[in-house]
Ligand binder design. Structure first.
Ligand SMILES: Nc1nc2c(ncn2[C@@H]2O[C@H](COP(=O)(O)OP(=O)(O)OP(=O)(O)O)[C@@H](O)[C@H]2O)c(=O)[nH]1
Ligand SMILES: [Mg+2]
Length: 398
């Protein structure tokens, strides 16, 4: 509830009261049972509110039912999150992505206006009412707009991938900062690279990705990208819409998953982050879990659930006062350099793209162009050797 409160405030709505209702079985009409619905309605009338906001997503028909019941404006968490994104968007691409999510959210909810209209005008008998024709016209307009936003996004995306391609031709390994909103990703980027990414104590401060060069101990240079934050119940169409932006995350060699360790919900935030990563198709990247805001822990110990992550390295840091930063840098370096035995790779020509990955992330010791494959001998970081398992000729020490 405190998170919903923060979300609502972020769109300049003043919350006056909150109520919780157990949902054992989602009620078809109101989500909650009709007794509870009545109770909520009475409370809303009593407090003379303008709007009722649900933390769970309401189906279009439930939303309509609620509007009929209360005569008030009814929103849900999804609508609020989309609105925050709309307010924050600062580039053409982000604008378009949010617009797409917003149109898709509204499309099935267009009846609202129609219901209104047909009630006002008494509807039509037998023939199709004006309201219904209006609804059809509205839907057509929405669909056309959705199509044109998609087209424009494609164009923006193409130029972005050209840019990324150009960048990936540079022999630079990449890392990305991901995690729950407000975890401190931008602050960490600034701390690590001396960048000046926008950081603020507010939800979804960052909607654009920022990439900076990071010098690791020992001289290796990597590109570090800051990304948009995640949140519990992140609207699916926003995830879809932001896939292009999150592409940076998918192509990163390692992920720094940042979590605010001082937040009582840290473990949930981490779980949400991992499920969003999965949703955008990332499940085999090398991950370092960064437990940030250590300075705010005081005497408390970090949640043991956060530290006990199988096969995942974690480090306790404070982006604010610098604690643990050196250790984090060493870990990043370790993840990239590996320093292990060289592996032999047999890469078929139709997977030529993979040789770029090897060059980018590892040290190539030998490269031969055979008749039907490329033979590579290289020292690779774990992240890359994992991805190339099926092309490994022989594992060291086997
Ligand atoms: N005490 C303390 N505060 C921190 C630390 N790191 C970040 N913060 C604060 O946490 C707030 C959020 O930081 P950001 O860096 O904007 O968080 P973010 O993860 O980029 O958030 P989004 O862009 O919304 O996803 C800011 O007020 C920071 O000053 C830290 O180590 N300690
Ligand atoms: Mg940020």
């Amino acid at each position: 509830m405190s998170e919903l409160n923060a979300l609502v405030r972020a769109v300049n709505i003043q919350p006056v009261d909150s109520m919780q209702a157990p949902i054992s079985r989602p009620h078809p009409r109101y989500l909650v049972g009709s007794g509870k619905a009545q109770e909520i309605t009475e409370r809303a009338k009593e407090l003379e509110v303008d709007q009722v906001i649900f933390d769970d997503e309401l189906t279009p028909s439930r939303q309509r039912n609620w509007e009929r019941l209360t005569g008030l404006r009814i929103s849900d968490r999804t609508e609020i999150i989309i609105e925050i994104f709309r307010l924050r968007a600062g580039s053409r691409e982000a604008d378009l992505q949010v617009e797409l999510a917003r149109l898709e959210y509204q499309l099935p909810r267009l009846h609202r206006a129609w219901t209104h209209l047909s009630r006002q005008r008494g509807g039509a008998r037998g023939t199709r009412g004006e309201g219904e024709q209006q609804l059809e016209a509205d839907r057509r307009i929405y669909l056309q707009r959705i199509a044109s936003v998609r087209r424009e996004l494609e164009t923006v995306k193409t130029s972005r991938s050209v840019m990324r391609k150009r960048r990936s031709e540079l022999p630079m390994p990449t890392a990305a900062l991901v995690g729950y909103t407000n975890a401190g990703k931008s602050t960490l980027l600034n701390r690590l690279t001396g960048a000046e990414a926008f950081e603020a104590d507010r939800l979804f401060a960052t909607l654009e990705t920022t990439t900076r060069e990071l010098a690791l101990p020992g001289g290796m240079r990597v590109l570090l990208t800051d990304t948009v934050g995640f949140i519990d119940k992140l609207p699916h169409n926003l995830v879809e819409a932001f896939k292009a932006t999150l592409e940076e995350t998918r192509t990163a060699d390692i992920l720094l998953v940042v979590v605010d360790v001082s937040d009582p919900n840290a473990a949930n935030h981490l779980a949400t982050t991992h499920s969003v990563l999965e949703e955008i198709g990332i499940n085999d990247s090398k991950i370092i879990t960064v437990l940030n805001k250590a300075d705010q822990l005081g005497d408390r110990q970090p949640d043991i659930g956060l530290l006990d992550l199988p096969e995942r390295e974690s480090v306790l840091v404070s982006a604010k006062d610098g604690e643990g930063i050196q250790q984090l840098l060493d870990m990043i370096r370790g993840a990239f350099s590996g320093g292990r035995e060289p592996v032999e790779l047999k890469i078929p020509y139709d997977r030529y793209d993979l040789t770029a990955l090897v060059h980018r992330t590892g040290t190539v010791l030998n490269e031969e162009y055979r008749d039907d494959h490329i033979l590579l001998s290289a020292r690779l970081p774990e992240s890359t050797s994992g991805r190339l398992k099926e092309f490994t000729k022989r594992q060291p020490n086997e």
